[in-house]
Design a protein around this ligand. Structure first.
Ligand code: MG
Length: 255
């Protein structure tokens, strides 16, 4: 495992790229209304990134062990889809859906990663609570991202906060980010305090809990990307790119 400690120059660029990403994702999230196709959302985000001088990082990205490159800029994952949903002109968002939109940006050669889950029109109380708690799970994870702490402290903080109220997806995790879209270390959303890679100032990591209303079991679709809950329950996902500093963590994908 090799963790990349970023230089001040890299941090400055990633901070700039993160602001672009935050702006683009916030605008795209507002477009997630009943009647829009997920492909239209993808095109909207793609064009905004380009207009800001960035490059969509997921487009044509080929993760290890997958035979086809990812065909879109955005991952759009509705309802029982947890992550990596491929945008489609045939998938039309409807009132009551909850949808995770996940976007990566390459800016001046460096990467940031950010996701939010939003309500499409009016949603159920239960879904609203799921979204709120998943956002909070991310926030407690970020709060644990302090120098001297470890990756295990982040996972432990998230798992303690969730306290078995939801299924925590275990096969997918947060990750280092910056020089590549996915770097070491993995940041699981569960774990033991004090275990794993130590957090060092200059590390940049993506913290991204995925919580299911039902069990934590997942299934992978034949398209090699889409991941759904095994029991069909709904799922939410939030993600920020975070800089480890000498003190408080700095969220780099905030507006
Ligand atoms: Mg990520």
């Amino acid at each position: 495992m090799s963790v990349i400690i970023k230089t001040q120059k890299q941090i400055d660029i990633i901070r700039e790229g993160g602001k672009i990403l935050a702006k683009v994702l916030a605008k795209t999230a507002k477009k997630a209304q009943p009647g829009i196709s997920t492909l239209e959302l993808d095109k909207y985000a793609h064009d905004l990134i380009k207009a800001e001088g960035g490059i969509p990082a997921f487009l044509h990205y080929k993760p290890e062990g997958v035979s086809v490159a990812y065909p879109a800029s955005l991952c759009v994952s509705a309802n029982n889809t947890i992550v990596h949903g491929i945008p489609s002109k045939n998938q039309i968002l409807k009132e009551g859906d909850i949808v995770s939109i996940d976007l990566g940006v390459k800016y001046k050669g460096l990467f940031t990663d950010h996701a939010v889950t939003v309500a499409v029109g009016k949603i159920s109380k239960k879904d609203k609570q799921l979204i709120e708690d998943t956002r909070k799970a991310m926030e407690v994870g970020i709060a644990a991202a302090r120098p001297g702490n470890t990756v295990g402290d982040i996972g432990h903080a998230i798992e303690s906060f969730v306290n078995r109220r939801y299924g925590i997806v275990r096969e997918l995790s947060g990750h280092g980010v910056g020089v590549k879209i996915h770097e070491d270390p993995y940041i699981p959303n569960y774990g033991k305090a004090g275990k794993g890679q130590k957090l060092i100032p200059g590390m940049i990591i993506a913290i991204e809990p995925m919580l299911n209303l039902g069990s934590d079991h997942i299934i992978s679709m034949d398209d090699q990307y889409t991941i759904k809950t095994a029991d069909g329950s709904r799922s939410a996902h939030f993600e920020h790119t975070v800089l480890i500093t000498d003190g408080d963590p700095e969220i780099l994908t905030a507006i």
